[in-house]
Every structure is written in structure tokens, then in C-alpha cells.
Design a protein around this ligand. Structure first.
Ligand SMILES: Cc1cc2nc3c(=O)[nH]c(=O)nc-3n(C[C@H](O)[C@H](O)[C@H](O)COP(=O)(O)O)c2cc1C
Length: 357
């Protein structure tokens, strides 16, 4: 019924995976992963917001062959389920980002690597399939440029500028990730000579102009991550963005921010005909992925589920998790009456709170 790489996989429940991960990681690392900002209102809404949508499937369509293959900024991927940038994988598995990269590669997916990784971009690149670098613009622009240059040389194919983190927000829990300095600084240590630690902090002066700065410095497409409004999405595209990621940073920045499942439709309406629109936040099943694609996303990203999979199964665990989500997506597509990602359209979902009787 589906791509052979997808259909052979046993089902993986993300709920089970999460429970197993909690058992194997330290309490400090677990809290760092699970925390949200403020009173965690947005964290509590992220997953359930996807369930506000209901499907309106087609019937009597030929769905004997289903393909989840996805073309995105020049890459042919087996799945539209990509991996979101999350900081410091070392506390979750000894292979750290190298394991994540291999797992993503073997699933035919794409890795967005965090600026704050616990392995160097050069080493991760050796283990990766297609990958993008997520960029935090640091107060020291020379260090930011040096990292971008190294990522380009190592084979990154796009940059993802995170726009929602001018400051790191306060969190009530999970602030003490146990990490030695040499691991935390592995990507930037070589550029630090004579500079203070504050040069590594996020620069709150970042503006739309920095999209063009990063694009011209790198020669790569630049996507903006953290977009939650149609007007902002349009402004990013006008400023040269090659894509937008609808994201609220896993509910770790501004609390009470809108769930991405509700922000996605207006952003997709505004710019999806010009650039790829991606979305992350609370995506935990193939039904969530299908909903996002019907609402206009070209692909989705998963953050915490990747870490559950890495912690419990290393690289093969990451591959299995991505394949399981993709298999669930393929099954949902068959039952929706569509056989390729091009078949998704806005009429396939309805907001249950507006449903007519
Ligand atoms: C532990 C953790 C670390 C993160 N680190 C980063 C980061 O370094 N850069 C970034 O842009 N987003 C970061 N994020 C946000 C993710 O990229 C993504 O937006 C979010 O995790 C998606 O939600 P999900 O975890 O529900 O899938 C982080 C999220 C988590 C959970």
C-alpha cells in the first residue's frame, strides 16, 4: 500500500516511547526536554490543538499506491516528517547528534541541526543525509559568521534563522541541563579566544535585514522559524526568506502564545504559494501530520519525539520513530482518499468548533 521502506515497520507509539525515555534519561535531562515557558499554558495546548480539526475524506479514489515522498528546497525526501533543531543531544544518548543524524538519514528525512549542538557541525555532517543549520544570531556576529561558514563548507543546504528567541525565556523547571563546558561549547570554542561568554548569547537586535545578511554570507536559502502571523510571514518573504517555519519553539519561549495548529492556516494562506511552509509543535501522530498538510504545510518537524527515540534506541530508534509517523501518515492518506502529498487540500479538514450541525 505504501512505500516499501514505510510499510515494513512495526508500529511505534509515541506515548510508549516517551514513557520509556523518561526511564532512561536523568531527571535533569528529562525536565530540560519536557519544560515549557511560564505557567506552561501553551505547552498544555500544543498537542490538543491539532485535535480541534476533523477530516472530511474523499471516497472512491484509487489509493492502491500511496507515496509520502516529498520534494523540499531541492531535496527528494521519503517523508514530510523532518527533525526540528533541539539543543545538546549528548545527555540523551552517547552518540548525541551523530546518532540523530544517522537515524534521520536512514529514514530518508532531513535534519535541522541546532546552533547549540554537542558535536561539531563537521562531525555531524559526516553522519548526515540532507541537513540544515538552525542559526541563533549571537551578539558577536563574527562568531555567527564563522559558524555559518563552517556549516556551508560542511555541506548544509539551508539556514533556519530562529526568530522567536531574542532572549531565552525564564522557565520554572528544567533549566539545569548537566553538560560540561567543553561539550556545550564544542561548536564555538575555537572562535572564543579573547572574547567573553556574553558574545555567545542571542542577539536581541536581529531584524528582517539579517535574512539577507545570512543569505548573502552563505549563498544558501534562509528559512525563518517562529512565524505565527500572516503579516510576518509576508514580511519575511519580502525580505528574502526562502521558507517559513510556523513554530512557537515547543512552547518554551512566550507562554500563552497561539498553538501552531491554529496559526498555520493563516500563514499558509499568505505565503504557501511562494515559499515552503513548515510547522512544528505538538505533532505526535500521522493524523497530526495529515492535518498539518491539509492546512497548507509542505512538511512538519518533530522535536521532543526525536529525543525520546534517540534516548531509547539511538540512531535505529530515530529511524523507527520517523518511519512509524510516516506509516501512520500513509494510512491516513489512504483513508482520506489521496495517494500523494499533492493531493492534500484545505477542504480535507474542518475546524470542529465551527462545524455546522
Ligand atoms: C529540548 C529542546 C531544545 C530546543 N532547542 C532549540 C534550539 O536550539 N533552536 C531552535 O530553534 N529551537 C529549539 N527548540 C524548539 C524546536 O526546534 C521545536 O520548535 C519544538 O521542539 C517543536 O515542538 P515539539 O517538541 O512538540 O515537537 C528546542 C526544543 C526542545 C524541546
Amino acid at each position: 500500500m505504501t512505500d516499501p521502506a514505510v510499510s515494513a515497520e512495526p508500529p511505534v507509539s509515541l506515548r510508549e516511547l516517551r514513557a520509556r525515555a523518561e526511564e532512561v534519561v536523568t531527571p535533569e535531562a528529562w525536565e530540560y526536554l519536557e519544560t515549557g515557558a511560564g505557567a506552561e499554558v501553551s505547552l498544555g495546548e500544543a498537542e490538543s490543538a491539532w485535535q480541534r480539526w476533523r477530516f472530511r475524506p474523499y471516497v472512491l479514489r484509487d489509493v492502491a499506491q500511496i507515496s509520502t515522498s516529498c520534494r523540499l528546497l531541492g531535496h527528494d525526501l521519503a517523508t514530510p516528517v523532518l527533525v526540528a533543531p533541539t539543543a545538546y543531544h549528548e545527555p540523551y544518548h552517547p552518540t548525541a547528534e551523530l546518532g540523530t543524524a544517522e537515524g534521520v538519514r536512514d529514514a530518508g528525512s532531513l535534519l535541522c541541526l541546532s546552533t547549540r549542538s554537542s558535536r561539531t557541525v563537521e562531525r555531524v555532517a559526516e553522519h548526515a543525509g540532507p541537513w540544515w543549520l538552525q542559526v541563533y544570531v549571537m551578539t558577536d556576529r563574527d562568531i555567527t559568521e564563522a559558524m555559518v561558514d563552517r556549516a556551508v563548507a560542511a555541506g548544509a543546504s539551508a539556514l533556519v534563522l530562529t526568530g522567536d528567541t531574542p532572549y531565552v525565556s525564564r522557565r520554572a523547571r528544567g533549566t539545569a541541563l548537566p553538560l560540561q563546558d567543553e561539550v556545550a561549547l564544542v561548536n564555538v570554542q575555537q572562535h572564543l579566544a579573547g572574547r567573553t561568554w556574553s558574545s555567545l548569547e542571542q542577539d536581541p537586535r536581529v531584524t528582517y535585514a539579517d535574512i539577507e545578511w545570512l543569505a548573502s554570507r552563505s549563498g544558501l536559502p534562509v528559512l525563518v522559524k517562529g512565524v505565527l502571523r500572516a503579516d510576518e510571514a509576508r514580511a519575511c518573504v519580502t525580505a528574502g526568506a526562502a521558507g517559513v517555519v510556523v513554530s512557537n519553539h515547543g512552547a518554551r519561549q512566550l507562554d500563552r502564545v497561539v498553538p501552531t495548529a491554529l496559526a498555520l492556516p493563516e500563514v499558509a494562506r499568505a505565503v504557501a504559494d511562494q515559499v515552503p511552509v513548515l510547522v512544528d509543535g505538538g505533532i505526535r501522530s500521522g493524523h497530526d501530520v495529515a492535518t498539518a498538510l491539509a492546512l497548507g504545510a509542505d512538511a512538519v518537524l518533530v522535536g521532543r519525539p526525536t529525543m525520546y527515540a534517540l534516548a531509547t534506541g539511538g540512531a535505529p530508534g530515530v529511524t523507527a520513530m520517523l518511519r512509524a509517523l510516516t506509516a501512520q501518515l500513509a494510512e491516513a492518506m489512504g483513508l482520506l482518499g489521496i495517494s500523494s502529498l499533492a493531493g492534500f487540500d484545505r477542504s480535507l479538514v474542518e475546524d470542529i468548533t465551527h462545524a455546522r450541525g
